[in-house]
Unconditional design. Structure first.
Length: 157
């Protein structure tokens, strides 16, 4: 499976927020959105990744972008994970039906969890940049995240 390509409209999907609300492709409209797909809450690389990216949230906000973590963990596990880490990025659960949104974005690993990937979507709902790590154990650094935002800005998003 290959991560969704730039220039592609965001697929139809439904994810769950920790408060029980749903998050769909309609929630992407009007802002630049960074979806951070990560394999498992509480795993070492995922812990490092979310903590690293949390330090960039202010910079992203200045550029009109919001960042969301996406995993196939339950909303309860995601909430506990974010609280333990002390991160403020919202988490989106692809728990039920498990992996459906991850599959739509081309990042569902054959083991039933998301590949480690970044997808930047413009305010118009078009994917402006995407990246999939070579393996779930590879952490995409801040320079890659900035590259994705710069691509969205350059596209007029």
């Amino acid at each position: 499976m290959t991560v969704i390509a730039p220039g592609t409209p965001a697929p139809s999907f439904t994810l769950a927020l920790g408060d029980g609300r749903t998050f769909t492709e309609e929630d992407l409209k009007g802002q630049t959105t960074v979806l951070v797909f990560y394999p498992f809450a509480f795993s070492p690389v995922c812990t490092d990744q979310l903590q690293l990216y949390d330090g960039l949230l202010g910079e992203l906000a200045q550029q009109g972008a919001r960042l969301y973590g996406v995993s196939c963990d339950s909303t309860w596990a995601q909430r506990a994970f974010a609280e333990k880490l002390g991160v403020s990025s919202e988490q989106l659960s692809d728990f039920e039906p498990k992996g459906a949104a991850c599959a739509a974005f081309g990042v569902l690993h054959e083991g039933g969890f998301p590949q480690r990937a970044l997808v930047v979507i413009g305010p118009d709902g078009i994917v402006r940049w995407s990246y999939q790590a070579p393996s779930p154990g590879d952490l995409p650094g801040l320079e890659l995240l900035r590259e994705g935002i710069d691509a969205a800005v350059a596209a007029g998003a």
